[in-house]
Design a protein around this ligand. Structure first.
Ligand code: NAD
Ligand code: UD1
Length: 342
């Protein structure tokens, strides 16, 4: 199948491209490189032996998207492109609305014009807001986002639901990711945010490697077993396979669906730190800091729907996630050092 991956050069998109290629599909990566490096395409080629097609472009350019959808004979779209930093979205809400909402609108218009009506969308557990109970199920209420980033995810899910109600030919599968971490086992692609990382794993990796001095643990007074925040971490390779598993479903069903992608169990910040120390053989010094605004105590999902609809479940463990994140960090640091020397 020919699948357009908007944001396909990013963290989750690049891993999904690898899995799709290995399953015999032909991903077409469409990305404006605002948060990705051009070298990702050649790294994918080193992993799979085949260069993915990459088109540099912005999803707000509807005319270009329509041309690509037609000329590349695209069967389905997986829509990863978007801005994703929660804190930044609070400071720059209009940029988030423009990129994520306007961008999605232009994409949907281009898809309608070219007759491509199969879409998988990168949604987030953030759409649930503070959970009333755990595990979270798809039938639980949404709409409680505490920041503009989260609101764009809720609004896009609702746009897609309205579109599917208006035109019964559409299929829109909203995958609600829990906390994707880890990297491809080759160490060639992974999560390498610019600047100081906001998310736990990239931060822990840099502390373990000595690039940052210690981890601030945001809150140790939550109502959780050790007082630190609990999340449902999922290996990015499992998540990527979840997209491949959702594709046949999107092709053979119409209508709107939201589906959780997580492991169905939670780990605390301190448990993640301990697992990372074991995987890396390095120490990760921590300091307890006040709670981070907007954080919740705990969330994890019920992954049963994904199993039932797609025949998919997460297989990799927290040890696998930490081991692969560490390999990526070590290789990335070694590459950077070699570049400075040459
Ligand atoms: P990422 O930033 O690594 O990837 C997003 C990609 O989209 C980047 O390569 C970026 O250059 C591209 N992009 C951004 N705006 C664009 C535009 N206007 N036109 C074309 N390309 C554009 O992020 P990721 O972690 O791979 O996340 C992918 C998607 O999954 C995002 O929509 C994100 O909100 C969602 N998501 C991520 C997480 C997570 O923890 N990583 C959790 C839940 C949901
Ligand atoms: C965050 C976003 C969420 C988004 C997700 C993926 C917030 C409030 N939520 O989720 O909307 O979908 O990223 O991009 O930002 N932690 C520390 N120290 C750190 C970093 C994190 O203790 O330096 C803790 C957090 O308090 C939390 C856990 O680690 O308990 C996970 O944090 P993070 O990786 O940022 O993910 P979420 O907050 O779950």
């Amino acid at each position: 199948m020919r699948v357009l991956l908007t944001g396909g050069m990013g963290f989750i998109g690049s891993h999904t491209a690898v899995v799709l290629q290995e399953a015999g599909h032909e991903p077409v990566l469409f990305d404006n490189l605002s948060n990705a490096d051009r070298s990702v395409a050649s790294r994918i080629e080193r992993i799979t032996g085949r260069a993915p097609q990459f088109i540099e472009g912005d999803i707000r350019d509807g005319a270009l998207l329509e041309k690509v959808l037609r000329e590349e004979a695209v069967d389905a779209v997986i829509h990863f492109a978007g801005l994703k930093a929660v804190g930044e979205s609070v400071v720059k809400p209009l940029e988030y609305f423009d990129n994520n909402l306007t961008g999605t609108l232009r994409l949907l218009e281009a898809m309608r014009a070219s007759g491509v009506k199969r879409l998988i969308f990168s949604s987030s557990s953030t759409v649930y807001g503070p959970p009333a109970h755990l595990p979270l199920q798809e039938t639980d209420p949404t709409g409680e986002a505490t920041n503009p980033y989260g609101r764009t995810k809720i609004m896009i899910e609702e746009m897609l639901a309205d579109l599917c109600r208006a035109d019964p030919e559409w299929s829109a599968v909203c995958l609600r990711y829990f906390n994707p971490i880890g990297a491809h086992p080759s160490g060639l692609i992974g999560d390498d945010p610019n600047g100081i990382p906001n998310n736990l794993l990239p931060y822990v990796s840099r502390v373990a490697n000595g690039r940052l001095p210690f981890l601030n643990v945001y809150g140790n007074d939550y109502d959780t077993p050790d007082g630190t925040g609990v999340r449902d971490y999922i290996h990015v390779m499992d998540l990527a396979r979840g997209h491949a598993a959702a594709l046949p479903y999107a092709m053979s069903h119409t209508g709107w669906r939201a589906v959780n992608l997580g492991c169905g169990r939670g780990y605390s910040v301190l448990e993640v730190v301990a697992a990372f120390e074991k995987a890396s053989g390095r120490r990760v010094p921590v300091k307890f800091a006040p709670r981070r605004t907007g954080d919740i105590a705990a969330n994890w999902c019920d992954p049963a729907l994904a199993r039932g609809l797609f025949g998919w479940e997460a297989k990799l463990t927290i040890e696998d996630m930490c081991r692969d994140a560490w390999r990526f960090e070590s290789m990335r640091a070694a590459e950077a050092a070699a570049q400075t020397q040459s």
